[in-house]
Design a protein around this ligand. Structure first.
Ligand code: HEM
Length: 75
């Protein structure tokens, strides 16, 4: 499957929700220390977003891949 990336969108700076305009803090924990600290919230969003993007839940290995990449991003 093809993943479409929003041009210029990176997980290291705040972005805006496309339809509501609400500000969204960076996803990378190096830039938003509160990210991935709440297990219930993290699992909820992985479930929702993986299903949206891939029509299935992500495996534990896929979640670990995303998280290990995000953790390489440092200010
Ligand atoms: C496979 C692709 C994606 C993965 C793995 C993913 C993963 C995540 C995770 C883990 C969180 C929770 C972060 C936390 O614990 O604070 C999250 C939050 C969020 N994601 Fe994604 N996501 C994906 C794609 C998307 C897409 C395509 C959209 C919108 C078009 C999106 C919109 C959001 C929003 C609005 C939040 C909540 C932001 C907030 O808490 O401030 N995600 N995502």
């Amino acid at each position: 499957m093809e993943l479409r990336i929003v041009p210029g969108a990176v997980p290291t700076r705040a972005e805006k929700h496309a339809s509501t305009g609400k500000s969204i803090a960076p996803l990378a924990p190096g830039f938003s220390p509160e990210r991935f600290t709440d297990v219930a919230k993290t699992e909820k969003w992985f479930r929702r977003n993986c299903n949206d993007v891939m029509k299935r839940e992500c495996s534990a290995a896929e979640k670990a891949d995303v998280l290990s990449w995000l953790m390489t991003l440092k200010p």
